[in-house]
Design a binder for this molecule. Structure first.
Ligand code: ACO
Length: 328
C-alpha cells in the first residue's frame, strides 16, 4: 500500500540565552565584522546548563502538536535527528516520547549531522506512505553549544542550539515529491567529533586535548557543500519532473550565508524565495531547516500547493534534498 503524506503541524523552540558576535569577541580573538562578512551570523541561542537536547525537542514537539491540534498519544512514532543526543544511548527520541506523554510508542534517532532533517523527512515519510505508521513526529534538535570549544575561534562562532518539529500524517494528497540523499565516508575528519566513540574512547588525554568538541576543516566543507546542495536539489525536483522555476521556497541548511548565496545563484532562485534565518540562530545542524520552516509557517505566507525544497549537507560527509508540496 502506498499512500500520501502531508505535514499536519510545525513547531520550533530556541533557548532564551543569546550569544552575540560581541559576546564571542570577549571569548576569542574575533569581531562582528569578520563573523558577519564570512558567515552572515549575528546571534545564536544557547541552551542553559540544565537543558539537554531532549528538553529543546520536547518544547518544539509540544508546539507542533498544538499547531496540528493533536495530542501526543495520537502520534505512532517519534524520530529525532541529532548529533548531540542526551546520552550515547538510549536514543533521545525515547526521552522525547516519554516527555511529551506518549511512552510506549516507537522511537529512534537519526545521526547524520546537518543532513539529519532531510534524511529524517525521507525515512519518516516512507514509514507513513508504506502504511507502517499513520503519524510520525520528526524533530531536528541540537545542543551544539555542549560540544563546541569556546577557545577555538574557527569553530565557536558558528554553532547554536535549537529544535524544530514536524508531524507527518497519512493523507489522500501526497506532498512528498522527491528525494536525493548521499554520503561519502572517506574523510570523516573533515567534520567530526574525534573522541567519545569506539575509535577513541574518552580518557583524561582526550579531555586535555579537547577532542570531545567539533573539529572541522572549514574550507574543505565549504567546497563540497555548494556542489552537493545544488545537485541534490536538482535531483529531488527532477524526480517530480520539476525545475527550480517551479519552486516557491528554498529552505537550505543554515551553515553559512555565503554557501546559501552560492547555491541560490547556481539554482537561479530569486532571493525572496530563499528562507534565511542564520543571523538569528547560527548553524543549528539538523534543527536549522525545521526552525526555518516553522518561521515560514508562522509568517502566514505558506499557501496550498507551494513547492518547497529542503536541502542540506554536513558531517559524514553527507548531503540531501527533499522536494515537498505544501498542503494546508
Ligand atoms: N575571527 C577572526 N578570524 C578568524 C576566525 C574568527 N572567528 N576564524 C578564522 N579566522 C581567521 C583564520 O585564522 C585565517 O587567518 P590567517 O589567514 O591569518 O590564517 C582567516 O581568518 C581565514 O580563515 P579561513 O578558514 O580561510 O576563513 P574562511 O573564509 O574559509 O571562513 C568558515 C571560515 C566561516 C568556517 C568557512 O570556511 C565555512 O563556513 N566553511 C563551512 C563550514 C560549515 O558549513 N560547516 C558545516 C558544519 S555542519 C555540521 O555537520 C555540524
Amino acid at each position: 500500500m502506498v499512500r500520501g503524506v502531508r505535514i499536519a503541524g510545525v513547531g520550533s523552540y530556541a533557548p532564551e540565552r543569546i550569544l552575540s558576535n560581541e559576546d564571542l569577541a570577549q571569548l576569542v580573538n574575533t569581531n562582528d565584522e569578520w563573523i558577519t562578512s564570512r558567515t552572515g551570523m549575528k546571534r545564536r541561542h544557547i541552551a542553559a546548563a540544565d537543558q539537554a537536547t531532549s528538553d529543546l525537542a520536547i518544547e518544539a514537539g509540544r508546539r507542533a502538536l498544538a499547531r496540528a491540534g493533536l495530542s501526543a498519544c495520537e502520534i505512532d512514532a517519534f524520530v529525532v535527528a541529532t548529533v548531540t543526543p542526551d546520552y550515547p544511548f538510549p536514543a533521545t527520541a525515547c526521552l522525547v516520547a516519554n516527555g511529551l506523554g506518549a511512552p510506549g510508542k516507537a522511537a529512534f534517532d537519526i545521526g547524520i549531522a546537518c543532513s539529519g532533517f532531510v534524511y529524517g523527512l525521507t525515512v519518516a515519510s516512507g514509514l507513513v506512505r508504506s502504511g507502517v505508521f499513520r503519524r510520525v513526529m520528526l524533530i531536528g534538535a541540537e545542543a551544539l553549544s555542549k560540544i563546541t570549544n569556546y577557545t577555538d575561534r574557527s569553530t565557536c562562532v558558528l554553532f547554536g542550539d535549537g529544535a524544530g518539529a514536524v508531524i507527518l500524517e497519512a493523507s489522500e494528497q501526497n506532498c512528498f515529491l522527491g528525494t536525493s540523499l548521499g554520503a561519502d565516508g572517506s574523510k570523516p575528519e573533515v567534520l567530526f567529533q574525534p573522541a567519545g566513540g569506539s575509535r577513541m574512547p574518552a580518557s583524561t588525554q582526550t579531555i586535555e586535548e579537547n577532542l570531545h568538541s567539533i573539529h572541522m576543516s572549514g574550507k574543505e566543507v565549504f567546497k563540497f557543500a555548494v556542489s552537493k546542495m545544488v545537485d541534490s536539489a536538482l535531483t529531488a525536483l527532477g524526480e517530480a519532473s520539476l525545475s527550480p522555476d517551479d519552486m516557491t521556497y528554498l529552505i537550505p541548511h543554515q551553515a553559512n550565508l555565503r554557501i546559501i548565496d552560492s547555491v541560490t545563484k547556481y539554482l537561479k532562485v530569486p532571493a525572496e524565495k530563499v528562507v534565511v534565518n542564520i543571523q538569528e540562530y547560527g548553524n543549528t545542524s539538523s534543527a536549522s531547516i525545521p526552525l526555518a520552516l516553522a518561521e515560514l509557517d508562522a509568517s502566514g505566507k505558506l499557501k496550498e500547493g507551494d513547492v518547497i525544497v529542503f536541502v542540506a549537507f554536513g558531517g559524514g560527509l553527507s548531503w540531501g534534498a527533499v522536494a515537498w508540496r505544501w498542503a494546508a
